[in-house]
Design a protein around this ligand. Structure first.
Ligand SMILES: C[S@@+](CC[C@H](N)C(=O)[O-])C[C@H]1O[C@@H](n2cnc3c(N)ncnc32)[C@H](O)[C@@H]1O
Length: 456
């Protein structure tokens, strides 16, 4: 079923679902300009006002549906509408999460860093992210799983599959695409999927995956903050791999809050190593939390053994924090390499001034008595000396003029890599680097090169 938010035309006050302002269901596309279905006036879609009900929640209307066996969706019939109305009027007879977002009864709308004026209007509780039917079906499935008379491991896997499926069953799912990852964006037109079909497919895939997981061996998985690992003894680990939060980009405790609420256990945000306005954590707090994690990693790691840190950031302050945390915990950065993930993450691809590849930092745990080595402060000028030298060597290696190595994104990553290897602080943020690079060097089709020798 497709649902659309209801909007008001500023010209004639017509109230209609967003799909009626110029959405074509045949080719599933929106016209460049919205048109009011009442007065025919061309409108800027951004200027349409959301219509709200008595409790300030944005009104939504079911606009398309598809019955079993049908290939394409179509308008709803009167019996379809009557059924939805009947469901809306009935209480859900099973437990389902209904607490305030982030557990904050703020009395005002905003509940966190990911709250946005506009699309979160009236969205205050976990249940506001689900349609009534979805909430009901998920709650029933979970109750059934909890009451299963079976091996606890099987019961746990069944519950986990249902909670996992809930992630894609919120109102954040766009009408003809999935949800946008790592934000809590509510689109104007949403898809409500058939929960039973989704669960059936999930269980089938889960069974296939379970068959491929090797059994035997001794593995312990624990979920806890890395700032405090008292259950792991000193000097016992051969290797540590960590993929910590990249500073301020993603507020994990918020994006995970919806599915965690189904489990009834939510992230202990006070230990979350991020930069967050709502949690009152700046770069210093982030560095403190990352230092605590690295100290624990160093304590459990055998001397002269290694830790790999996957990381990247477009801000030199965050780089400084991570370098500072590594140093204060006593690790020695020995190498940094660029990780080619094949394709950038959604955030990396969609954020202006983002960096495109992650870096893999290799840090050694020196004999515990060794003195700490602090990285040296550096200046912006050092970055430009690096770029000059890098472009010179690309030219000497006859690297093609259109090589990705010459793009601003890769040059920034190469500069960070070189500074980490040298034990120098990263001197400049990506946005500033991209801007100045364009002023200092020649560029064609996004690839940078040295100015010709006779250039002024
Ligand atoms: C970049 S993500 C890692 C993603 C992971 N590698 C994956 O592929 O799913 C960083 C993770 O660190 C977690 N995190 C934040 N603070 C933490 C802490 N103090 N201890 C342990 N994990 C933490 C976040 O919740 C998030 O899941």
């Amino acid at each position: 079923m497709i649902w659309a938010e209801v909007y008001r035309c500023p010209n004639c006050n017509t109230e209609a679902p967003f799909s009626e302002y110029g959405f074509d269901f045949e080719d599933r596309s929106r016209a460049d300009e919205a048109t009011c279905p009442g007065c025919g006036q061309a409108l800027n879609a951004r200027r349409l006002a959301r219509c709200v009900d008595d409790s300030d929640k944005v009104r939504e209307a079911p606009v398309r549906t598809k019955h079993r066996g049908q290939r394409r969706d179509h308008d709803l019939s009167p019996p379809d509408l009557a059924l939805i109305e009947r469901i809306e009027g009935m209480p859900i007879p099973y437990w389902h999460p209904d607490g305030p977002m982030m557990g904050r009864e703020t009395g005002k709308d905003s509940w966190g860093d990911m709250w946005r004026r506009g699309y979160h209007q009236g969205v205050r509780r976990v249940s506001d992210f689900y349609t009534k039917r979805t909430l009901w079906a998920l709650a029933a499935a979970l109750q059934f799983a909890r009451e299963l008379d079976t091996d606890p491991a099987v019961g746990h896997a069944v519950q986990q599959t249902i909670v996992n499926a809930s992630i894609n069953l919120t109102k954040m799912r766009r009408a003809y695409q999935g949800p946008i990852p790592l934000v809590l964006y509510l689109p104007r037109m949403r898809r409500e999927s058939n929960v039973l079909k989704v669960l059936e497919a999930r269980f089938r895939r889960g069974m296939e995956a379970a068959r491929q997981i090797p059994t035997g061996g001794e593995v312990i998985i624990s979920t806890q903050s890395s700032t405090c690992l008292p259950n792991i003894p000193d000097d016992c680990a051969d290797y540590v791999f960590t993929d910590p939060p990249f500073g301020q980009n993603i507020i994990y405790s918020e994006v995970n809050f919806l599915w965690e609420s189904w489990l009834g256990i939510t992230t202990a945000a006070e230990h979350e190593a991020i930069v967050s306005k709502y949690q009152k954590k700046g770069v210093d707090e982030y560095e403190g939390l990352m230092s605590a994690c690295f100290e624990e990693f160093r304590r459990i790691l055998k001397p002269e053994h290694w830790m790999t840190v996957e990381f990247h950031n477009s801000s030199n302050d965050i780089w400084s924090a991570i370098q500072g945390a590594l140093e204060s915990s006593g690790f020695v950065v020995e190498d940094a390499r660029i990780l080619d993930k094949g394709q950038p993450s959604f955030k990396q691809a969609s954020t202006e001034n983002a960096v495109q590849q992650d870096l893999v930092i290799s840090a050694r745990n020196p004999q515990k008595r060794r003195r700490l080595r602090n990285s040296t402060q550096s200046k912006d000028g050092d970055a430009w000396e690096f770029v000059q030298a890098r472009l010179t060597s690309l030219e000497a290696e006859e690297e093609a003029p259109g090589s990705p190595e010459r793009t601003d994104r890769v040059l920034y990553s190469r500069m960070v890599q070189a500074f980490l290897r040298e034990g120098l602080r990263v001197p400049i943020s990506a946005a500033e680097f991209y801007r100045e690079l364009a002023q200092r060097f020649h560029q064609r089709d996004g690839a940078y090169c040295l100015p010709p020798p006779d250039a002024p």
